[in-house]
Design a protein around this ligand. Structure first.
Ligand code: GLU
Length: 264
């Protein structure tokens, strides 16, 4: 009798263990992010706030720009309301972390799809294309990358331009900045001789100030994608983002966004 009780107890404990270790954990798996967004009713979007015309604060402290409009279109697709977006400021240096830790659902911030970044995060299909360029003072003698040897060249930390410069201009003196505003001021004051980043981002300085010019050559291709967390839980979200972007391209919505925000 005693023996039977012991056997039954062991069997029972075994079943409990099997249940908790093999069956129950499924319940604790992270929820599908798309479902979570639908339930929450709002999309958390990481965006640059010092990157006019893509993401910036207007006079009423509302976030505006190409990427902000794109986020509102995505909200319209997923939640049927362009206002179902909450913006979170990110910088090129911290946006990968913010998206991979789930602080934001996605980052829409002129972010280039690269194979190195794809090891850590995932991207939608591209929605636009830029190229790395050089911004210099209007009276500058610099005409291309080969003139940069020994000169001070500004980059923004965490950008593809920062990484590319090591191979594009290994003899230049690279100086990192936290944002475009401070990098641009350094160019104006002569602390740096050139500033390099995407042509789409640098063009804005030329529209606002004829003391600087953008050199015509492009050194890279920078396809912009919406960044999301990697893994199974974002598969549905990615499918929906890809569908929305392709639909916007078909309907010329992206073209209209370009015309609205990127002059010339
Ligand atoms: N497209 C570049 C990158 O992804 C620059 C973006 C930015 O400065 O926000 O690194």
């Amino acid at each position: 009798m005693k023996k039977l009780a012991i056997i039954l107890t062991i069997l029972f404990l075994g079943l409990v263990a099997v249940y908790f270790f093999f069956l129950k954990p499924e319940k604790y798996e992270e929820e599908d992010l798309y479902t979570e967004i639908l339930e929450r009713g709002i999309i958390k979007v990481g965006i640059n706030t010092d990157s006019k015309p893509f993401g910036f604060f207007d006079e009423e402290w509302q976030i505006q720009g190409y990427d902000a409009d794109l986020a509102r279109y995505i909200a319209q697709y997923i939640l049927k309301s362009p206002n179902a977006v909450e913006f979170f400021p990110v910088t090129p240096a911290n946006r990968m972390l913010k998206v991979s830790t789930g602080e934001v659902d996605m980052v829409i911030a002129t972010m280039t799809i690269t194979s190195q970044r794809k090891e850590v995060i995932d991207f939608s299909v591209p929605y636009d294309l830029a190229g790395q360029a050089l911004l210099v003072r209007s009276n500058s003698k610099i005409s291309s990358l080969s003139d940069l040897a020994g000169l001070n060249v500004g980059v923004v930390f965490g950008t593809t331009a920062e990484k590319n410069m090591m191979s594009l201009a290994p003899t230049a003196n690279i100086i990192g900045f936290r944002n475009y505003r401070t990098a641009y001021e350094a160019l104006k004051s002569g602390k740096i001789d050139a500033l390099t980043s995407d042509d789409t981002i640098l063009s804005r300085f030329v529209y606002e100030d004829n003391n600087v010019k953008l050199l015509p050559k492009r050194y890279t291709k920078e396809p912009y994608g919406i960044a999301i967390r990697k893994g199974k839980t974002t598969k549905r979200l990615k499918d929906n983002l890809d569908f929305a972007i392709k639909d916007m391209q078909r309907k010329n919505t992206i073209l209209r966004l370009r015309r609205k925000w990127l002059k010339g």
